[in-house]
Design a protein around this ligand. Structure first.
Ligand SMILES: [Zn+2]
Length: 386
């Protein structure tokens, strides 16, 4: 008999972070466990098979150890929790790390009840959300729909989203264990882009790999350019050493917070398929060594990061077609070559161009292209989405 949990069904990507937090915690506490995650609407069903019972204390210990390590670094104003907190100003790292310490303690009490709280019948989420009473305001920069980061740091008209310590702790564990965070600064703007894999139907080792691909790319990704939302996936994937083949069915959520002047808010949210992106990166890297250089150049101030977003759109939504994408990149690189006599054109090597075409063909030829998803329309004007 396995143990079965069902996440509460908060709007995305909150339950996605929660389920990744649970999966990674269980695999750390019980490395021999067999886990399957299946998405159902906004919720995820997690089935865990091990010899004996899941020791939830050990799962909590594994996750809290990681979080307390980051809480310590946060108190000095650096580390992964710090960069995950996004572009808001006026945060005192000491105060913030105190709040997280409290959260870890509050979650300790709730954790033993996880199997009851996260069950199909529990109506757990009904006590949360905007109508939530007597719960702490969500410790958020993790939920685009919530419209609020953190109690007390800036004024916001909307009613704060209340979240229980268990959900909040697990969601932050998901950020730490399974997400990538990119930060950028450009002409009076500062922003943070988050990416987390969405396990639609994934098992065991593949869950761990999915978490690893994204979590190893954190903290060090800072750009001095205006980075469009959809440039983020390739900035994350192209920089790693290896891309493994990952089994199962999964997608990707990306979202962006941006501050400009006194305005701070969500500038974009998108759900996209991850398989064509992973496949393109793996194949292009197997053919040649220039993909990371190309992506890095396009993201730089001399380049044009909206062209990286164009590659993502081509692979994940089918439009524009690869000819248009390659032509646009070629034209930018040719101009750079003329001006400075540098040999930047070779970074768009034959392997990159051919694999873009091959992967696009595999996923999109003969299909009606998906076009711009309605969920991502708020990014118009920040990238190539016009
Ligand atoms: Zn909760």
């Amino acid at each position: 008999m396995g143990t079965e949990l069902v996440t509460p069904g908060h709007p995305p990507p909150l339950d996605t972070l929660i389920v990744m937090g649970i999966a990674v915690g269980v695999l750390r506490a019980h490395p021999a466990a067999s886990i399957e995650v299946k998405k159902q609407g906004f919720s995820y069903r997690i089935t865990i098979d091990i010899d004996g019972q899941v020791t939830w204390d050990r799962v909590y210990e594994a996750l809290s150890e990681r979080m307390l390590f980051e809480v310590e670094r946060l108190s000095y104003g650096w580390g992964n929790l710090y960069s995950a907190f996004g572009p808001q100003r006026g945060i005192k790292p000491k105060d913030l790390s105190g709040r997280f310490e409290e959260l870890v303690e509050l979650a300790r009490k709730e954790f033993p009840k996880i199997a009851q709280e996260y069950s199909e019948q529990s109506q757990h989420a009904a006590r949360e959300g905007r109508g939530g009473k007597k719960l702490p305001t969500a410790y958020l920069s993790i939920a685009p729909w919530a419209g609020k980061y953190f109690a007390g740091t800036y004024k916001y008209q909307k009613k704060p989203y209340a979240l229980c310590p268990l959900c909040s702790f697990l969601a932050w564990s998901g950020i730490l264990s399974s997400s990538s965070v990119i930060t950028y600064v450009a002409e009076g703007k500062r922003g943070t882009i988050y990416a987390v894999p969405d396990p639609i139907r994934v098992r065991d080792y593949d869950l761990a790999l999915l978490a690893l691909v994204f979590s190893e790319k954190k903290g060090e990704r800072r750009f001095r350019n205006d980075i469009p939302l959809l440039a983020a996936p390739l900035l994350i994937l192209a920089s790693g050493e290896t891309v493994w083949p990952i089994g199962g069915e999964y997608g990707l959520y990306v979202w962006k917070y941006e501050g400009a002047g006194n305005f701070l808010g969500i500038k974009g949210f998108a759900q996209l398929s991850l398989s064509p992106l992973l496949e393109f990166v793996a194949r292009a890297k197997a053919r040649g060594k220039y993909l990371p250089r190309l992506i890095g150049y396009l993201a730089s101030r001399k380049g044009d990061p909206s062209l990286i977003a164009l590659i993502t759109e081509c692979l994940a939504y089918g439009e524009p077609d690869p000819y248009t994408v390659v032509r646009s990149i070629w034209s930018l690189l040719s101009r750079a070559e003329d001006e400075r006599g540098r040999r930047v054109l070779r970074w768009l090597d034959k392997g990159v161009a051919e694999e873009l075409f091959e992967v696009w063909k595999k996923y999109w030829e003969g299909h009606r292209a998906g076009g711009t998803p309605s969920s991502a329309t708020t990014v118009a004007g920040t990238g190539s989405w016009t």
